[in-house]
Design a protein around this ligand. Structure first.
Ligand code: UDP
Length: 239
């Protein structure tokens, strides 16, 4: 319960799949509720939270691209999928008494504020959760890249990549039983050993900006709070 957060402002990347749980599609209510509890546990520490949500639980641009349709069109559809997830997350925050605002990189003002950096910063300072929707607003990009971009823009202390695995391993633990998890690793080491942390664009942006990344398991109860308190949890990627 006691302990001081080591970060003032965090950028949490939640993939669409993280919201899906064990379902095959869409948003799982219980999973969403779990996310809200995790978020609350760090808000209670006075930490400011920006969230980038993915859309993979609903739609991915490459899926349409594979059918021979226009890739950019598919990507815009993917961005719209992230808006749905963002709206669900915002709704759940509000139902639980947490103030939240969706800011969208695509203009759909009936359902979300447009992304305006200054306004996002103001919301954050006021303790509101800011949910960044519609990715970067550009095709051929990912929500990981969005997390790096928005994280850098709002001056987050760290990008927290929420996954289903505990961290970054020396090899795929499903294939190699001798694989071990790193507690921390440098950007250069990750690059040299070809470890997948985020996609190349996201990784390059974080590395260039000296913005650390932590990969951790969001399904583990209390993990987000432990990360924020600087306790042993996940893998830190740093300069
Ligand atoms: N997307 C995009 N530009 C962005 C972010 C996302 O075109 O800046 C599209 C892309 O088609 C992607 C989809 O939105 O497949 C969903 O995002 P992502 O795959 O990153 O979601 P996640 O894997 O985190 O669920």
């Amino acid at each position: 319960a006691q302990g001081k957060p080591v970060y003032k402002r965090i950028l949490l990347k939640l993939s669409g799949e993280a919201l899906m749980g064990d379902d095959a599609f869409g948003i799982n209510r219980q999973v969403l509720q779990h996310m809200i509890e995790e978020i609350r546990s760090v808000l209670d520490l006075g930490v400011q939270i920006g969230i980038v949500v993915g859309g993979g639980n609903i739609f991915r641009g490459v899926a349409l691209g594979a059918t021979g349709m226009d890739r950019a069109t598919g990507d815009y559809m993917g961005m719209l999928a992230t808006v749905m997830n963002a709206m669900a997350l915002q709704d759940c925050c509000r139902n639980n008494g947490i103030e939240a605002r969706v800011q969208s990189a695509l203009h759909i003002e009936q359902v979300a504020e447009p992304y305006i950096r200054g306004k996002a910063l103001r919301h954050l300072r006021l303790g509101r959760v800011v949910i960044f929707a519609a990715g970067t607003g550009n095709p051929f990009m990912t929500t990981d890249t969005t997390a790096a971009l928005r994280g850098a823009e709002v001056g987050a202390d760290i990008v927290l990549k929420a996954t289903k695995v505990d961290g970054i391993y020396t090899a795929d633990p499903k294939k190699d039983p001798t694989a071990t998890m790193y507690d921390e690793i440098t950007f250069d080491h990750a690059l040299r050993t070809n470890l997948k942390v985020m996609d190349a664009t996201a990784f390059a942006l974080c590395r260039e900006q000296g913005l650390p990344i932590k990969v951790f398991n969001i399904n583990k109860k209390g993990a987000l709070r432990r990360v924020v308190l600087g306790e042993k949890e996940g893998t830190l990627v740093h300069s």
